[in-house]
Design a protein around this ligand. Structure first.
Ligand SMILES: C[S@@+](CC[C@H](N)C(=O)[O-])C[C@H]1O[C@@H](n2cnc3c(N)ncnc32)[C@H](O)[C@@H]1O
Length: 315
């Protein structure tokens, strides 16, 4: 971590200040360097390949780590929407248990303070369970959807259906935690959508699966070209469920340039410089003793020292 200080932020209504991060590394979350590199590739590729403008959507924002990153790629005229419960109650008991244990300190204000430390404007925030998204986000409007909210099977099934409704042609859908032992429901829902719903695979990292509801080939080709020049990411190709899947592994992945804070950390206060200590005064006779030691033969020096000691003892 390069910076550790936080600039204080006060709200206009006088609520207690929440410290704002002054560097991206300070934002809490689970968004690895490795997936940052892959997000960057997809979003830059969309820009460079002249993809139509399209909105960005994140289900599950927590304290904003991945949202702040996604916000960097928002282009003129596009909308970025995040949906999270934040500090609202979860819609069912299992979801309540999941969120209470995993995100006990999460608040919407915490997210907003973090996001505004890096961007001038907040995204559109939907503070609600993700099942409202299909009604609140325009159909076929999004070019990139990050699904990282509830990791319970029923919720992910619903989020997958919403992603299909809001996906613009060629949209990328990124699923978090598609293979972790602590959330098998995500794997079950994602692979069921691949087998039965027409979800098309692009690639996987250790933590995320990237797919589309359209032809994955244009992405796959560009991705493989890019990976050739990335020794920090190993890759291979497997056939899975009749589709080609690019596997991407971490060889010390280098993250892209992190989002820049709008207000960098203040320079540290200059510390007062202590005046130099005066040199110690030489003891009386010290210069004479040094000269004698350097010039006289040791036998004479010893005799003088012994005579001086005896004189001191007699006093
Ligand atoms: C793993 S965190 C998101 C992490 C974030 N994307 C990042 O990379 O830092 C999951 C988030 O989903 C939210 N969440 C859980 N269940 C939800 C639901 N049913 N509807 C909306 N949000 C939910 C939680 O409040 C939490 O903030």
């Amino acid at each position: 971590m390069s910076h550790v200080s936080h600039a204080p932020v006060t709200t206009p209504d006088g609520e207690p200040a929440i410290p704002a991060p002054t560097a991206y590394e300070q934002v809490e979350g689970w968004f690895s360097d490795y997936d940052q590199a892959i997000f960057d590739w997809f979003l830059t590729h969309q820009e460079e390949s002249g993809a139509e403008p399209g909105d960005l959507l994140e289900l599950g924002a927590f304290m904003g780590k991945s949202a702040i990153f996604l916000g960097k790629y928002l282009r003129e005229g596009e909308e970025f929407t995040v949906c999270d419960l934040f500090d609202s109650p979860a819609p069912d008991e299992s979801n309540l248990a999941e969120t209470k244990d995993s995100y006990p300190t999460l608040t919407r204000r915490g997210f907003e303070v973090n996001y505004l430390a890096f961007h001038e404007r907040l995204p559109t925030v939907i503070q609600a369970p993700t099942f409202v998204v299909a009604d609140r986000v325009r159909p076929a409007s999004c070019r990139f959807v990050h699904i990282d909210a509830s990791h319970l099977y029923e919720h992910v099934v619903q989020d997958i259906a919403s992603s299909k409704a809001v996906a613009a042609p060629g949209a990328v859908i990124a699923f978090d935690d598609y293979r972790s032992e602590h959330c098998p429901g995500v794997a079950a829902a994602v692979w069921a959508a691949v087998a039965n719903e027409g979800l098309r695979l692009i690639c996987v990292s250790g933590a995320k699966l990237y797919a589309t509801w359209d032809d994955p080939e244009p992405y796959r080709k560009g991705l493989l070209d890019w990976l050739q020049g990335r020794p920090d990411l190993w890759h291979g190709i497997d056939d899975v469920a009749g589709q080609q899947l690019v596997r991407i592994g971490d060889h010390g992945a280098v993250a892209p340039e992190p989002p820049k804070p709008l207000r960098p950390a203040p320079e540290p206060e200059p510390q007062p410089v202590a005046p130099p200590k005066p040199a110690p005064k030489p003891r009386p006779g010290a210069a004479w003793r040094k000269l004698a030691k350097d010039l006289l033969p040791p036998v004479v020096t010893r005799a003088i020292v012994t005579a001086r000691r005896r004189r001191r003892e007699r006093r």
